[in-house]
Design a protein around this ligand. Structure first.
Ligand SMILES: [Zn+2]
Length: 123
C-alpha cells in the first residue's frame, strides 16, 4: 500500500541537504568536529573517574533517559567507554542496544555521578 500520491510534494525531494535525511538510521556517521572530539575525550576521562570512585560503591554504570526510545537506557562503565571510543573512531556505536534486565538500582545519572566525584574531590 502506497499513499505517496496523496501527499504534498516534498519540498526537499531533490535536495541533498534534506533535513529528514539526518533522521534515517542507516546514514553514514557524520564526521565529528574538533569540539565534539574534545568533549567526548573529556567525557571519556570522566567515565574513568566515575568508575574508579563509584564502582567500589556498587554503581555499575550510567542511566540515560532516551528521547528517541522514550525509555531509560542503562550503560555499564565498559560499554559507556566503548561507545565513546567508537564515536571517536567515527564508527557506529550500538547505543540503543537494550540491556538484559539491568539492576536499575545499580545505575546513576550522569549528573549524579558528576556531583558525586565533585564532592569526593572537594574533601
Ligand atoms: Zn534509545
Amino acid at each position: 500500500m502506497n499513499f505517496d500520491h496523496q501527499m504534498p510534494l516534498d519540498p526537499f525531494a531533490d535536495d541533498p541537504n534534506d533535513p529528514a535525511s539526518f533522521l534515517t538510521e542507516d546514514e553514514p556517521v557524520e564526521p565529528i568536529s574538533d569540539e565534539e572530539r574534545a568533549a567526548i575525550e573529556r567525557d571519556l576521562a570522566l567515565v574513568k573517574d566515575f568508575r574508579r570512585v563509584l564502582e567500589p560503591r556498587g554503581v555499575r554504570g550510567i542511566v540515560f533517559f532516551c528521547e528517541d526510545c522514550e525509555i531509560y537506557h542503562y550503560f555499564d562503565w565498559a560499554i559507556l567507554a566503548a561507545n565513546m571510543r567508537a564515536t571517536l573512531r567515527e564508527t557506529v556505536s550500538p547505543v540503543h542496544e537494550p540491556g538484559a534486565q539491568p539492576d536499575v538500582d545499580a545505575y546513576v545519572t550522569w549528573d549524579y555521578a558528576l556531583g558525586y566525584i565533585d564532592g569526593v574531590r572537594g574533601i
